[in-house]
Ligand binder design. Structure first.
Ligand SMILES: Nc1ncnc2c1ncn2[C@@H]1O[C@H](COP(=O)(O)OP(=O)(O)OP(=O)(O)O)[C@@H](O)[C@H]1O
Ligand SMILES: [Mg+2]
Length: 468
């Protein structure tokens, strides 16, 4: 799978054993190095991490187990094969707990070493291949969503895993952050996609009509019910029922909804028979649902019934990378629709977009762009075209959120043509900053950067020792 030969490090205090093991691996496609003590092993692991480590537990200067723990704690992509004298079960158990790949007792047969090293390398390579795929697999759009920022990647992944199930999804997020887009995405990613998606806005329908909207009614059930009417529950049979603004639902109706969710059956208004349907529930609110529960406006038992898979949509201001991506895409769309030439933003417009807090999120950004496209023409969007309050933003004033200063600095530089630098330099700088920030703790830095630790180790390897 990989073109480069694998690296194997043997840590063994006996020089003769070390060279015997090397001999065993002579015909294997790997580069083998031997060090005789713990200190040199640690140095080597830092400077030039191998794919596989053959580790003797009894070293003159340290316990081999400490080396294993070091590799394990830092989640380094190294397969460790423990080699030990008289094997004690305790040691073996410990070694496995710390993620050792294999535990081999002396004396070791050549065949045993060859096979275990081959398997160890295979495993490490496979894992880093999978990690790399995951990193490369950043989606820029997903079932109606645009945006490749990390917070959105997390949303896409949750939808991927939740879509095939029937479990209820509870979507939260500020106004305009894409809750309805999310509900539709869940439907389209599920195998209910060919069946109806029925959305019901609990805030928009008068309370006394709501029950009939959901469950339907029979002719004569109430004044004005001149014929039978099918409700949303029945219409959504086999598909998805989206209860939008769920926190606005009347308490009485919440009780009926709870029963429907628990049993899958309901009674149309005025009917004596129960009807049974198969629907997947998705609901959304831009309120804090727990605060609504605490205030007595939202039934606690209903909340826990619905809150099976929570999805929180990040606010646009938390989705740094997405702002300009979305702005460009909306500009292209509206310019095309309106037959305008506008095809880009002036640098100060971009800086304003990045500095603004976007309380109305994606919807607000969409409206701003549409407003500009309808009212103006030209090659590029200039600051003078922006509607209030954006025309009044000073992008040099520290922005909206508590973003760290270095971040602001970088954002401003990015819009300055002269300061544009190769992506790999920026990437390296970001990784090194994160490593320094987390005091050399690579797993933490990796988590903060949203990549796997092995990605960082791999990058560091390609930069050589200078990165440390
Ligand atoms: N990630 C996105 N990519 C593209 N368009 C988006 C995205 N998120 C939202 N939109 C668009 O923004 C608008 C608002 O989205 P949506 O109606 O889903 O928001 P909402 O969270 O339901 O808002 P509200 O709380 O006001 O009901 C829609 O026109 C939608 O198409
Ligand atoms: Mg909505």
């Amino acid at each position: 799978m990989a073109s480069e030969p694998a690296a194997v490090l043997i840590v063994e205090d006996s020089l003769s054993l070390g060279s015997i093991y090397r001999g065993y691996l002579r015909n294997e496609p790997c580069v083998v190095t031997h060090v005789p003590d713990g200190a040199s092993a640690m140095a080597r692991i830092e400077s030039d991490p191998p794919d596989a480590l053959l580790l003797d537990l009894q070293l003159p200067d340290m316990d081999g187990m400490d080396i294993l723990r070091h590799v394990h704690d830092r989640r380094m992509p190294i397969a460790v094969v423990i080699i030990t004298g008289h094997g004690s079960v305790d040691k073996a158990v410990d070694a496995m707990r710390y993620g050792a790949f294999d535990f081999v007792e002396k004396p070791v047969a050549s065949e045993r070493i060859i096979v275990t090293v081959r398997n160890a390398i295979e495993k490490v390579r496979m894992r880093s291949f999978v990690d790399r795929l995951a990193d490369d697999f950043r989606r820029e759009s997903y079932h109606g969503f645009l945006g490749s920022s990390l917070p959105m990647q997390a949303v896409y992944r949750i939808i991927d895993s939740a879509a095939p199930s029937k479990a209820t999804v509870f979507i939260t997020g500020e106004s305009g952050s894409g809750k309805e887009v999310c509900a539709e995405a869940i439907h389209h990613a599920s195998d209910r996609r060919d069946k109806p998606f029925v959305a019901l806005n609990c805030a928009a329908i008068p309370r006394d009509l709501m029950e009939s909207e959901i469950f339907g009614h029979i002719k004569g059930a109430f004044t004005g019910a001149v014929r039978d009417r099918t409700g949303a529950a029945k219409q959504a049979d086999g598909g998805t029922l989206f209860l939008d603004e769920i926190a606005e639902m009347d308490l009485d109706l919440q009780t009926k909804l709870l029963r429907f969710i628990q049993t899958g059956s309901f009674q149309p208004v005025g009917a004596s028979q129960l009807e049974r349907v198969d629907v997947r529930f998705v609901c959304a609110t831009n309120r804090d649902p727990l605060a609504e529960v605490a205030a007595g406006r939202f039934r606690e038992d209903l909340f826990y019934r619905l809150h099976v898979i929570p999805i929180h949509l990040p606010a646009l201001r938390e989705r740094e990378g997405d702002i300009l991506e979305l702005a460009s895409s909306f500009l292209a769309r509206y310019a095309h629709e309106e037959g305008k030439r506008l095809a880009g933003f002036d640098a100060d417009v971009e800086a304003i977009f990045l500095a603004y807090a976007w309380p109305g999120n994606v919807r607000q950004l969409q409206n701003v762009i549409q407003n500009v496209v309808v009212l103006y023409d030209g090659e590029r969007v200039t600051r003078a075209m922006l509607p209030p309050p954006l025309d009044d933003i000073d992008p040099s004033v520290p922005p909206r959120t508590a973003a760290p200063p270095s971040d602001t600095h970088q954002r401003r530089r990015a819009s300055d043509d002269a300061a544009i630098r190769p992506l790999k330099d920026i990437e390296r700088e970001a990784i090194e900053q994160a490593i320094a920030y987390y005091n050399d703790n690579i797993p933490q830095a990796a988590a903060a950067l949203g990549v796997s630790p092995s990605t960082i180790y791999r990058k560091k390897q390609t930069w050589g020792n200078a990165a440390r």
